[in-house]
Design a protein around this ligand. Structure first.
Ligand code: HEM
Length: 450
């Protein structure tokens, strides 16, 4: 029925409307559901309400958007009205004002300075390190043993990022970094991410100590590189980078960028590989197809960066793993001013979430979305998708700077491992997930080597 009181609007003024609201409790909103099981929560509210839904955390009004067109608005068209969301901004305790959290003109300048380090040729030059380290890692694996491949991949990708980024050999410094990183990852996992870092709690004290330890390592390397010149690693390149406006980066800026690359650059790739091995263990046919491709492309020799264009099935495995288990399972922004997204009015200060976990499993874009089918990526399937129906690396100007690095690393490590081993699952129960900043496996990924 039409309302009986006429509301006067100019002809092109749209009625302000908000997305449908999730059922939730007063005061705490959806925090309990979200903390208990964020993935199920996002799935449920999306199933119940469709492409846009509103829910609340104390002090935060959140709109979740699931349609690729709305995601395009968040990541591209409306980006100048948005900044990173509250939860992402919390990471600045660790990352300072590094690329992942910086904004505006400062972010643009830093991104321009870092970009050459991720150019195709520079990344290709890291291929050798990636393969050599992967070969060394699998050298002492034995047939019949059960390994936690999540742990193995975390260590391997940390070693690779330490070498390519800092020019640091494993064993000494990387082990120290590893311990400090573990403390920090735990501190920012689950409920921990909602506890203010300023509170005098033992977990906060441990986190601050870990940050101080990482700082010591990072500043030490910066000092060394300033004296020693370009070693072909990323940090050397960042030190050499100068901007037209105001010369080279200060040590603090370098520290923030280095810390960001270290943290953003190893766990995500490790997760991709862990889930890929998990999925291959459960899909022997796919493991067989991968082995056939490796035989054909590589024969008996190790892979190189130049093989990438021919390792198509391996690339499909990596893409499909990131579809089903996106390491970055959601990302967020906050509105600086009111805007319209997905046809809804979004007030200033609203948190906007888009969730790879939900969109990557949407049957409108992916037939049989729960099925692991690396071959779906053949014949340029990606090009047939709406933009941002698949966005493991985000999109728009803030797309992951390391995406080519990560794709190459994941494919080269995957084929290096698959040349020597196939795996069997230790159980057929669904894998338990523990989403924090990234989508981590709750109990590791134990697999039997064959
Ligand atoms: C499979 C592996 C990876 C995944 C899934 C991933 C995912 C992402 C996503 C989704 C974003 C965008 C966040 C947002 O828009 O809020 C991002 C940004 C970023 N990633 Fe990655 N990443 C991966 C590997 C890497 C690697 C290897 C590096 C560096 C060596 C890296 C460095 C960064 C940086 C610096 C940013 C911030 C870029 C900016 O805002 O300018 N990532 N990543």
């Amino acid at each position: 029925m039409e309302p009986s009181i006429a509301v006067h609007r100019t002809p092109n003024e749209r009625a302000p409307k908000s997305p449908p609201r999730a059922r939730e409790l007063p005061v705490v909103g959806s925090s309990l559901d979200l903390l208990r099981d964020p993935l199920r929560f996002l799935e449920r509210v999306s199933r119940e309400h469709g492409d846009a839904v509103e829910f609340n955390l104390p002090g935060q009004r959140i709109f979740l958007f699931n349609h690729p067109d709305a995601i395009e608005q968040v990541l591209v068209t409306e980006r100048d009205r948005l900044v990173k969301d509250k939860l992402t901004r919390e990471l600045s305790v660790m990352l300072g004002n590094g690329l992942l959290v910086s904004e505006g003109a400062f972010w643009r300048k830093q991104r321009r300075l870092a970009q050459p380090g991720f150019h195709r040729e520079r990344v290709a030059a890291y291929g050798d390190v990636m393969v050599r380290y992967a070969e060394r890692a699998v050298a002492d694996w034995t047939r019949g043993e059960t390994r936690d491949v999540h742990k193995d991949m975390m260590r391997l990708t940390l070693d690779i990022v330490a070498k390519t980024l800092f020019g640091v050999e494993i064993a000494s410094v990387a082990r120290k970094i590893e311990r400090s990183l573990e403390v920090l990852m735990d501190r920012f996992a689950g409920i921990g991410s909602l506890i203010p870092i300023g509170l005098p709690l033992p977990s906060n004290r441990r986190a601050r100590r870990a940050i101080a330890e990482l700082d010591e390592v990072v500043y030490g390397i910066i000092r060394e590189r300033r004296q020693g010149g370009d070693q072909g690693d990323l940090i050397s390149m960042l030190i050499a980078a100068t901007s037209d406006e105001d010369g080279s980066m200060t040590d603090t800026q370098l520290r923030d960028e280095a810390m960001t690359l270290l943290l953003a650059g190893h766990e995500t790739t490790a997760l991709t590989l862990g889930y890929a091995l998990h999925l291959l263990a459960r899909h022997p046919k796919a493991a067989g197809a991968l082995a056939a491709e490796i035989d054909e492309v590589l024969g008996d020799r190790p892979a190189t960066a130049a093989d990438m264009p021919r390792l198509r099935y391996a690339e499909g495995v990596v893409r499909e793993s990131m579809r089903l288990y996106p390491p970055a399972w959601a990302l967020g922004r906050e509105t600086l001013e009111p805007c319209t997204i997905g046809g809804y009015h979004v007030p200033k200060g609203t948190q906007l979430w888009v969730a790879q976990w939900v969109v990557h499993r949407d049957a409108r874009w992916f037939a049989e979305p729960e099925a692991f089918r690396p071959e779906r990526w053949e014949n340029d399937f990606a090009k047939s998708l709406p933009r941002h129906a698949y966005f493991p690396f985000g999109g728009g100007p803030r797309i992951c700077i390391g995406n080519a690095f990560a794709m190459m690393e994941a494919v080269l490590i995957l084929v290096t491992i698959a040349r020597r081993f196939r795996f069997q699952p230790t159980t057929h129960a669904p894998i338990a997930l523990a989403p924090s900043v990234t989508l981590r496996p709750k109990n590791g990924i134990p697999l039997v080597c064959r």
